[in-house]
Write a protein that binds this ligand. Structure first.
Ligand code: FPP
Length: 253
């Protein structure tokens, strides 16, 4: 489905529902199993995964979700066969080249989290273009976690903190949770309210571990290429029934 067919792609925060998740993180799992079940190459599963991503972004925007973070390439994905790594890089290239203008016209803002280390230089340039072109947009923010892993993100943040301490710019006794938060790739993105993982696996797999301290989790058996509107609606309804307590006692205590 083309994003051009979307009549209204703006978040609608004034839809009257204060319990709607502001930020949804998605671990898009099951592309390989989807392909295997059909006797297709894994690359086809990933390609269909990009289609699922397009429609999920559309549905999330229509619901009024303000931030959607997708786990597109993890820092551990380098362990995959070289062919598959190339397929995933190629899909990102095509996604940006093909969809960027359209996403921009729909007021989508793109942000990138993850490390630039080991990424091909043209990918770094494309990610930069996507971010800068859409930086002033006010619609849904699509956060692309690419070459991302929480441990790597926290390690990079600590390295920067240590450098600032060494240069006398930061007093170690003044380091708080907020200090570290401000050094993370997500420093300007609210914590995810809801994290969805598809394919029946129940793991965080190094995704937004710091940021997910108080997130709700929704595990769906569906394989990512089959993800559709009903799946997202079920996850959001599940979230809306939860009572978030942030370590306190909550309203029913
Ligand atoms: C997990 O499925 C999925 C990934 C490792 C990559 C997800 C990537 C996409 C959906 C497409 C790329 C996105 C962009 C924006 C270009 P898996 O391969 O681990 O599935 P399996 O567990 O069934 O083998």
């Amino acid at each position: 489905m083309s994003l051009l067919e979307i009549p209204e792609f703006e978040p609608q925060p004034e839809n009257g529902d204060k319990h709607l998740p502001k930020h949804i993180g998605i671990i898009m799992d099951g592309n390989g199993r989807w392909a295997k079940a059909r006797g297709l190459p894994r690359a086809e599963g990933h390609r269909r995964g990009v289609e699922a991503l397009r429609r999920t972004l559309k549905y999330a925007s229509e619901l009024g979700v303000q931030f959607m973070t997708i786990y597109a390439f993890s820092s551990e994905n380098w362990k995959r066969p070289q062919d598959e790594i190339s397929d995933l890089m190629g899909l990102l290239r095509r996604f940006i080249r093909k969809d960027l203008a359209e996403l921009h016209s729909k007021n989508v803002r793109i942000k990138i989290i993850g490390s630039q280390e080991n990424l091909p230089s043209d990918i770094i340039t494309l990610l930069h273009e996507a971010r800068t072109l859409t930086s002033s947009n006010t619609g849904t923010t699509l956060v692309v976690a690419f070459n991302y892993g929480s441990r790597d993100e926290i390690t990079r943040a600590c390295r920067q903190l240590a450098k600032d301490v060494k240069e006398g710019m930061l007093d170690p006794d003044a380091i708080s949770e907020n200090t570290l938060t401000n050094f993370l790739d997500t420093h300007d993105i609210p914590d995810p309210d809801l994290i969805i993982r598809t394919s029946g696996e129940m793991r965080l797999s190094n995704f937004l571990m710091w940021q997910a301290a108080y997130s709700e989790f929704y595990f769906d058996d569906v394989l990512w290429p089959d993800y559709d509107k009903e799946n997202l609606e079920r996850a959001v309804h599940y979230y809306m029934r939860r009572e978030r307590r942030y370590g306190g006692l909550g309203a029913t205590a």
